[in-house]
Design a protein around this ligand. Sequence first.
Ligand code: ZN
Length: 352
Amino acid sequence: MNGGFNVRLDGIDRTIWLVPVAMKGDWPALTKVASMARHHGRDTPTKDDGAGICHLCLGGQRNQPWHDVRHTNMKKLRQGAPLPWKKTPSLLKPLRIPEELQAQFFRVDLFHTCHKGVMADIAANCIVNFYDFQVFVGDCSVDTLCELVYADLKEFCARQSLELNMVALTKTLLGFPKSSSFPTGSWFKGADTTTLLIYLETKVKDELPKIDDNDVSLYFAEAYSAISSANAFLSILYKANFWLTDDEAHIVLAHGRRCLKAFMTLAEWSYEWALTRWKLQPKYHMLGKILYEIATVRAAKARVPNPLAWGTQMDEDFVGRVAAMSRRVHARTLHERTISRYQMALKAQWSR
Ligand SMILES: [Zn+2]
């Protein structure tokens, strides 16, 4: 690696060196690789003096509320935060990264934070709220709720040419085995979260004028705010390049903050009404962290990288494809045959 790679680009011989600038992965992977002492698994919902839930700050320790994601609090949580490990991770040892930037080497993954986290929970809670308040579906069982919503969703996807991977909507996928459960979006494909949120934005908008009860109407208006801002947030990031323009960064921040605020308001109302809905999970903090970073970099007049760059969506698809190739080879020649099948598939793509 020290000598770099010699390649010919545009007719000129060049040497390219690979420089690791960050590591991305889902939260359990980062926690394992860096042997982190502070991570999502350290949440202590019943007391406020845990080890901390975030490798970048003091959130979750005594008097350090991780769910307060306002900029001032996020800044305070960073101050004096020690490194999240006892021993420097072996991955960092050969790299010359100043100590104060080492924790940030391990990036927050947007895909698991949003599609497999906060945004999936927004969709699941909103669907369960249809059942709670008899909006769209009327008075019915949870199974009927799932059937009605899925049929409507499928029709919507066909009309809008949207991708949908789930073949049914179930209590399990909504993380809703009984009415006292906190719903969580548990479908396998993160891309279904995008589809569900696009569907729900239209659905809730259509249903809002039909709601008679003023409190319920305000509640669903807040759900609409969470959904529409989540959609706008993701849509801008997916259309943007690696460096966000200043306008994009500004709008992304506004939508991201509106989304988190609406989620919090719905959590507070649900709590007041003794409803087990809109639970704040540690990923809520991580989305706050992504926004905090955008705001901080922007305030320093530096260029803001698109947080999508730290997402693992494509990498997970890639691993899935290689895993599929490995299933059809003999265990004894597994490694060699998988690599050769991958090479053939790659060649086939390049020769198209
Ligand atoms: Zn944090």
